[in-house]
Design a protein around this ligand. Structure first.
Ligand code: F0G
Length: 472
């Protein structure tokens, strides 16, 4: 008998399965992405979503209280991959709010009550990533991982570093030198992760960390969203949106697209809720790229690529990447969090778009900055990448694809203070980043000082830098 939770290749023509306690980020047979799957008939699934409401009143520091307090684990019956509740790594993540934004709605020409902002920046490390990290760290604990790593545009690294110190495992983060905001870098340092500043961008960092994690001798557990357990945790963002709307799905969910983990998670959440009969209506999805990092927009809108029930034409993506290589294309956007040219979850994003009757749009840096400032002026703010969702909404309203009376949830993925440089530059014209390189001027002498380690984009140099930390 197969276990109730397992991993499975998302490619329907392959469908290979992997045990839940294996560390894999792709299918051994065909190289496809993996999903966490459940045999729901053998699991205690609530008959209605309102079942989860009784957990709002739980208090206390016992396991039950800690799990009910988490905005991820209070929905644990919908991500039941863990063995025992005590093993769950949680820091009280996911206690975020869905705010009715009537002032912004008015500015956008929408009816009062229609526009809602989901503030994922209210997570402990300041971004939505904590939803996924709690799940991936729970799996890491299940399999006894001691060292965890990710490539990052800043938020994943901050979240990983925070959870790594909490779970008492070594965290290693690969960031593109000069590519991430200073606030996000400061978090990784503060939480004590080995912070490798690679000469390259996010795509180069991800390639390297995947290469290193693939070799079991390096003992590195990969925490990027290509890890299917990350996606399990991020499904909970949609559960909270439903919860805040008395379990009524909105007409639209709009989310920025970077590595495309979040939109993939939303698609999976609704696929499962529909399969379980817990919702009737599925919202439409809009994924918004920055125009300087618009791979999804390019393949979906220009090349007309679709999931096609799993028979999508991967050569379209390969050809695009080959063309990017030929001209030495590198993505570039002020929204550094989504400055990604080769999103690893692209197939899952196509699947989510198909299931949620979704669309993809791109927005310029100016549109992102103006909408970020507008969100801040009319409430409390978000970082630039997050505002892509609101800028995308404006575009879809202009196109009349979204009507002024439709209910819309924009996901604000990161906190306003995550990139205060962008904010200060917008308001004063002063670019603090330009005067703020992190080359140490004098030896930092705090007892817990944790300097970033500059390193070439070269396998041996990176392995050497990682070994040095081991010896320290
Ligand atoms: N918004 C913010 C604030 C992000 O940090 C990211 C991704 C996204 C949106 C895009 O989400 O990758 O699921 O499509 N940041 C990653 C990082 C890549 O390394 O912090 P996605």
């Amino acid at each position: 008998m197969t276990p109730a939770a397992f991993q499975q290749c998302i490619n329907p023509a392959c469908g290979a399965t992997v045990a839940i306690d294996q560390i894999k980020v792709s299918c051994d047979k065909c190289g496809g992405l993996l999903d966490i799957r459940y045999d729901w008939s053998r699991l205690p699934v609530p008959r209605s979503l309102s079942f989860f409401e009784h957990r709002w009143i739980t208090k206390g520091t016992q396991t039950q209280g800690r799990l009910d307090f988490s905005g991820v684990w209070r929905f644990r019956e919908l991500l039941p991959f863990y063995r025992v509740e005590d093993e769950i790594v949680t820091i009280g993540e996911g206690r975020t709010v869905l705010q009715q934004a009537d002032l912004l709605a008015r500015q956008m020409g929408m009816k009062p009550g229609t526009l809602l902002l989901q503030y994922e920046g209210l997570n402990p490390s300041g971004s939505f990533k904590d939803n996924g990290m709690t799940a991936a760290f729970t799996h890491a604990r299940m399999v006894g991982a001691h060292k965890v790593a990710c490539a990052s545009t800043g938020n994943t690294s901050a979240s990983l570093a925070m959870f790594a110190s909490l779970a008492e495992v070594q965290g290693v983060v690969f960031i593109g030198s000069g590519k991430i905001s200073i606030a996000k870098l400061s978090q990784a340092l503060d939480y004590g992760a080995l912070t490798l500043q690679i000469q390259g961008d996010f795509d180069a960092c991800l390639r390297r960390v995947r290469q290193i994690a693939q070799d079991p001798r390096n003992g590195l557990y990969l925490m990027n969203s290509v890890n299917p357990f990350r996606i399990e945790g991020q499904k909970s963002i949609m559960y909270r949106v439903l919860e805040a709307r008395d379990w009524n799905p909105p007409d639209w969910v709009i989310v920025p697209g970077g590595n495309l983990g979040n939109c993939s998670a939303f698609g999976k959440a609704f696929m499962e809720l529909k399969e379980l009969g817990l919702i009737k209506k599925v919202p439409r999805l809009a994924v918004i790229n920055a125009s300087g990092a618009n791979t999804l927009h390019e393949v979906v809108n220009k090349q007309k690529l679709t999931w096609n029930g799993g028979r999508y034409d991967g050569t379209v993506v390969q050809k695009l990447y080959a063309a990017m290589d030929e001209v030495g294309y590198l993505p570039h956007t002020i929204a550094s969090a989504i400055e990604i040219g080769r999103p690893v979850n692209l197939p899952k994003a196509l699947r989510a778009l198909e299931f949620m009757n979704g669309v993809v749009r791109e927005v310029t840096d100016d549109e992102i900055l103006e909408h970020r400032a507008l969100v801040a002026r009319l409430g409390f703010g978000c970082e630039p990448a997050s505002a892509a969702s609101v800028a995308g909404l404006r575009k879809l309203l202009d196109e009349q694809l979204i009507g002024p009376s439709e209910s819309v949830v924009c996901i604000l993925t990161g906190h306003e203070l995550k990139d205060s440089n962008a904010t200060v530059k917008y308001h004063t014209g002063i670019d603090l980043k330009a005067i703020q390189d992190l080359a140490p001027r004098s030896d930092p002498h705090g007892k817990l000082s944790n300097q970033p380690v500059p390193v070439e984009d070269d396998l041996n140099s990176i392995l050497r830098a990682m070994d040095q930390r081991k010896g320290a």
